[in-house]
Design a protein around this ligand. Structure first.
Ligand SMILES: Nc1ncnc2c1ncn2[C@@H]1O[C@H](COP(=O)(O)OP(=O)(O)OP(=O)(O)O)[C@@H](O)[C@H]1O
Ligand SMILES: [Mg+2]
Length: 359
């Protein structure tokens, strides 16, 4: 995926900008509050239909304006041309890809895959399981075309079972049917999740060999006891689930654990180590995605310098350069990129205006 020209209107402080990005590494440099994160937010909105900072689009639209617009032209795999744009106002979204209206965000996310790294990505290690499940589901959805259908079918069955459990329903064909459906979908989803985690571990280990001694084990917790059958677990826990009012086993309780020396990273690693780990993990994810889809995702990297010392930054930039993805990374000063910057485009942002300073 390659954006060759980009237009942003009314995204926070960015009222009207047009740029022609470089093919590989693009540095977006500017002081605090100049519009750097807003710039990444705009590209993210074009891919996912929503902001990563707020679910309320009116907060993103420039004050006193009604509608935001982001559009891009470029090429995707096999050098096919792509033209896409999104217009959003309160309660209305119009999204187009190559002249056609796109009604499903999942379709657009596949058209224009992005991987986002922000200072908040830290929560992938330190946050709650819900955060990791969301990441895992999006990652899988990008690499496994059938994943979304199974995920939806599972959650339909899960909601129905929850409903029956809340009504105190213990023995009925209905609850048996939904539990069977949950088991069936959970089997496929867990198989896909496990395979993805194994592949990701493989890519991560390869990258970690290039970057130094960062040995991390990535483990999937499936959401119920390993080696047991989910239907049997659900059936035997009906009584207890009725007491708590919800279904306590299944892939909706799954999690991913990151361990170093057999101990959870969130308890033994420094903030900088976690940031470095997450960055390498997400680069490994991008590599996996490009191997499976033949398409390089865009990388949006907000605030490169946060928590990373100059050596770590250099290392990350070297990895990004080896990725063939188009990268947009923000920083407050160009020195943040250390010594590793070669051949990339640099943009200066000030009060919402963007100017290219290096080709
Ligand atoms: N809806 C809005 N309309 C106009 N301006 C807004 C809106 N929402 C936020 N802003 C302003 O946009 C400016 C740019 O914010 P942004 O988060 O993009 O800055 P930044 O360059 O990433 O800064 P930092 O280096 O501190 O992360 C801020 O001054 C912010 O207050
Ligand atoms: Mg910012």
């Amino acid at each position: 995926m390659q954006i060759e020209s980009l237009r942003i209107q009314n995204v926070r402080i960015l009222d009207n900008i047009r740029i022609t990005p470089g093919q590989t590494l693009n540095s977006i440099v500017g002081p605090n509050a100049s519009g750097k994160t807003s710039f990444l937010e705009a590209i993210y909105i074009l891919s996912r239909g929503r902001s990563f900072r707020t679910p309320r689009i009116h907060e993103v639209i420039t004050n006193h304006k009604e509608t935001l617009l982001v559009s891009a032209e470029g090429s995707n795999r096999n050098d096919r041309r792509m033209q896409t744009g999104i217009e959003k106002s309160r309660g209305r979204t119009c999204l187009k890809y190559n002249g056609f209206i796109v009604s499903k965000i999942s379709q657009q996310a596949a058209n224009l895959p992005v991987i986002l790294i922000t200072p908040e990505s830290h929560s992938l290690v330190t946050g709650d399981p819900k955060r990791r499940r969301l990441w895992l589901d999006w990652a899988l959805f990008h690499v496994e075309p059938s994943y979304l259908d199974h995920w939806r079918a599972y959650h339909r069955a899960y909601r129905q079972r929850n409903h029956l459990v809340q009504q105190g329903m213990k023995d009925s064909n209905q609850i048996t049917g939904w539990e069977r459906a949950m088991e069936q979908e959970a089997t496929v989803i867990t198989f896909l999740r496990k395979r993805f985690i194994e592949d990701l571990q493989g890519q991560f280990t390869l990258l970690a060999e290039e970057t130094g001694p960062l040995q991390v084990q990535i483990e999937l917790q499936q959401g119920w006891t390993d080696g047991t059958n989910l239907y049997e677990v659900l059936e035997s826990s009906r009584e207890a689930d009725i007491q708590t009012g919800h279904t306590r086993h299944g892939i909706h309780r799954g999690d991913v654990v990151f361990k170093r020396d057999n101990r959870s990273m969130s308890r033994v690693c420094s903030r900088g180590e976690i940031k470095q780990f997450i960055t390498i993990l997400l680069i490994a994810q991008a590599r996996l995605l490009s191997m499976r889809l033949g398409e390089y995702p865009l990388i949006l990297f907000d605030d490169l310098a946060s928590e990373l010392d100059v050596n770590s930054r250099n290392l990350v930039i070297t990895l990004l350069q080896g990725l063939h993805s188009q990268v947009f990374m923000t920083m407050t000063d160009i020195e943040s990129t250390g010594t590793a910057r070669v051949g990339e485009a640099v943009f200066h942002v000030e009060h919402g205006n963007i100017r290219k300073v290096v080709r």
